[in-house]
Each structure stands twice: as structure tokens, then as C-alpha cells.
Design a protein around this ligand. Sequence first.
Ligand SMILES: Cc1cc2nc3c(=O)[nH]c(=O)nc-3n(C[C@H](O)[C@H](O)[C@H](O)COP(=O)(O)OP(=O)(O)OC[C@H]3O[C@@H](n4cnc5c(N)ncnc54)[C@H](O)[C@@H]3O)c2cc1C
Length: 475
Amino acid sequence: MSRAVFAFSRDLRLSDHAGLAAASRHGEVVPVHVIDPVSAARLRRSPRRAAYYCAAVRALDAELRERGSSLIVRRGNPGQALRALARAVGAGVVGWSCGYDAKSIRRDRDMQSTLEEAGLRALPVHDASAVPPEDAAASHSRGDGYRAFVPYYARWRTLIPVDDVGSASFAALELASEPLPIPEEFGSQAGTDEAVGAAPARAKLAAFLAAPVLQYGAARNVPAAGETSHLSAALSFGTIAAREVVRASCVRAGDPFLLVEERTSLKLYLRALALRDFFLQLAWYNESLAEEPLQAKMRGFTFARTHPHLDAWRSGRTGYPLIDAGVRELRATGWMHPRVRAIAASFLCFDLGVDWRVGRDEWDHYLTEDDPALAAGNWQWVAGVGADLAAYPRIYNPLKQARRFDPSGHYVRRWIPELADLPDAALLESEAARQERQLRLPLFGRTSYPAPVVEHESVARAFLERYAREVRAPA
Ligand SMILES: Cc1cc2nc3c(=O)[nH]c(=O)nc-3n(C[C@H](O)[C@H](O)[C@H](O)COP(=O)(O)OP(=O)(O)OC[C@H]3O[C@@H](n4cnc5c(N)ncnc54)[C@H](O)[C@@H]3O)c2cc1C
């Protein structure tokens, strides 16, 4: 019986797995997971991420054991570890799922060279996105991916729903494995608040599609209303296939009894999944995305690396309740509501004028999800240096956003206990109005919550003036 080694990375499941299906065409699959220095460094950054990952690897091993196999764990240089394993089990092929951020792409390339120099066939496969980058790019004039979401999305819609690509049969070998990873190995004492693995991820998707998705149109904007799918961690570690999420959403969208708003919500949910694929392909075709602005015209525009109020932003004490609530949600849970992410990121880049990479790296210490390509694409987008080709950066007004999306202050009160007892209006007004109210109604007293660290209107306008001077009308 011929054999193929398959190295799991951010694809910790067995079903609907493009890499496994491709490897299994070369024989029974020997499942391995190499904890390499690049992924170990990322896991050390965020204790929650480390805990989630360890639970996902454990769940994968359990799934394999149900099929009479088990996960072989190795630590160290992935090319060398896989070469040795392939030789030990007599495999001629080594497969894995492609990474999309620059560090993973470089690691995969090195791995491929080591394997090919040893006479082994390297088999990298696109698995993370529902639509592989090259499938979408095939019709694109330059064949090198899309830089704008609107045309990408038009193409993407013609390529869904996507089929289940299948799985593999596994070798039952008596091979010694190193121990499964544990959070302490990455300096983490954290646990996971939720069940992790393929079955819980599928259950979460089913629960979301049963009802909450029908309110997604509101939930994606209103942080206190309903729920978004909270699938980002599962998708980033691959405990569920993006193909499966898209397929199931398409089936749900086919329900003839949906009301107009519900149908719109499903469309918006599919659009969010397309945005994920878009950013993955953007990173795939633009390897410098993690460090360099996508837009050439923004490469000479400098953001500051620090600001006297940077620590206030980091710790959720800017005096703008919606931003502070978002940051505190992130620090408490490993996740921040998507709209609040955009508003808090905008505040850092434009109100404080601080570099998007500083913000991205800061949140990376807290996020559970492990998707550097999506972090870079989104931060670039918000900072106005990436794929969003608007003429001027979109600067959010944190008070207006709060009035619009958290009008009764539910979200803010949940995360900022100092403000829990204030009336709605007090949460939504400017500092001047807040002070006046305090003078008129000493009843509210002074809370320990800080006054705004900057005056939004004036710093936002100053940023736009600089932008107009340096970018729109360069000397
Ligand atoms: C400044 C900023 C930074 C971000 N950093 C990250 C990050 O580090 N890692 C990460 O995975 N996502 C990031 N996102 C994207 C998005 O906010 C999260 O994926 C989302 O909050 C996840 O919540 P959810 O699963 O409930 O999403 P839902 O709204 O339920 O969407 C479903 C899925 O679609 C995908 N998706 C939705 N919105 C986006 C988007 N804007 N870009 C890419 N994919 C999207 C996600 O995989 C998500 O799980 C960032 C967004 C912003 C504005």
C-alpha cells in the first residue's frame, strides 16, 4: 500500500478537507502535526489562542483515533521533520494546506525545497478559503488576484456554492509521537470557554443558521443586538471548512419562506465570507501585505509609532465609551465585535495618527483567532492604505457611531462598569455636554472613567488636512 504524509497546520479537522483529499490520492495518509518555530511564536503571543489551538489539536487526535489512527506530533524545522517521517513510513508524497501570511508562505516554501531536494513530492493545497485564490483569479485580466473587493465579490458569487471535497483514509501505524501540545508549552495558563473541534464548530454553525443569521444584517453593526456567527477562531484553525459554511449558508438562503430582511441578512453573511476569501487571496498575491501598504501612494505617508495616549487606547481608557468597550471586550474574551473593531482601529490610525501595524500587533496579543492575513488586510483597509480605494480615508466619529449602533448604551455598560449607572444620553454626548450635565446634575458625580484623551473633530480634521496635502496633492 503506498503512503502519503499529510502535515496539519491551520486545518485541524478531517472532513471536507482539500489537502487530505489530495494527499489520499497518493495512498493511505499518515497524519502529522509539526509545531514549528513560526507557529510556536504566534501561539506564545496570545494565551487564549494557545489554549484554543491545543484544544483543537487534541480534538483532531481524538477524531483520528476514532478512525483507528492517531496524530503524530513533531517539533522543530518542518522540512526536516517531514522528510524524516516520510522516509520512516516509506511515503513518496508530503501534503499540507497553504498558509497565506508572509511568514507561513516563506516557511512553506522552505519546506517544499527541503522535501524536493530529498526526492519527495511536495503537495501544497489551497484549503482555507471557500474559493481558492487561483480559481477566482483565473478570469482576472492579470491573473494575479483582485485588489478591489467589488469585482472580486462579483466573481466569487459565480463560483459558489462549493462542493465538499472529501477526506482520506488513514494509516494505522505504531509510530512514536511527541506529546500533544499543551498551553503551558506556550506560556499560557488560559483555558477555553467553549467546546473546540470539528463537531462543536459544526454545531455552532447549525445553531447560527437556525435563527440568528436571519438578524445578521443588524447584528453585524449593533454590538449589543443578537449575535454574529463567532466562527472566526474555528475558521482560522480550520476546525470547520469555509466551504462548509458557505454551502450551508447557500442552502439556508434557498429557504422559500424567508422574509425580505432575512434574505438580505443571509446575503450579507455570505458577503462576509467572501470578504474573508478576498483578504486571503490579497495576502497570497501580495506577500508584503503584513508590513507594506498595498497602495503605492501610501508607502511614503508616515504614521507615528507612538502617541502620549497610546496606552489609553491599548487599555480601553480613551474616554470614548464605544472604543473602550470594544478594547475591554477583546481583553476579556479574545474577540471584539466586527463594527467596533473598525471604529477602534480608525481612532488609533486617524485620531491618534498611530501606525496600523502597532494596533494590529497590540490586538494580536489578545485575539483567539489566528489569521495574520485577515488582520493585515483589515487593518490596511481601515487605515486607508490597503484594498479600500476610497479617495479619502473613512474616519469614524466614535460618538456618532455610538449614537447609531449602541443608542441605549447596552454594549458600553456591559464592558465599562464605571458607566453602568449613567443615563443613556450621558454615554452618547461630547465631553463638553457631559461636563455641563454634571454641573447641572451633580447627582451623577464624577466617575473614574476618563475624559476623552483627544477632541475627535479637531484631530480628525487635522489628519484629513495632512492627507490632502501629502497624498492628494503632493508637491
Ligand atoms: C481592524 C480589524 C481587524 C481585524 N482583525 C481580524 C483578525 O485578526 N482575524 C480575523 O479572523 N478577522 C479579523 N477581522 C475581521 C472580522 O472582524 C472578524 O473576523 C470578525 O469579527 C469575526 O467575528 P464573527 O466570526 O462573528 O464574524 P461574522 O460577522 O459572523 O462573519 C463570518 C465570518 O466571515 C469572516 N469575516 C467577516 N468579516 C470579515 C472581514 N472584515 N475580513 C475578513 N473576514 C471576515 C470571518 O471569518 C467571520 O468568522 C478584523 C476586522 C477589522 C475591522
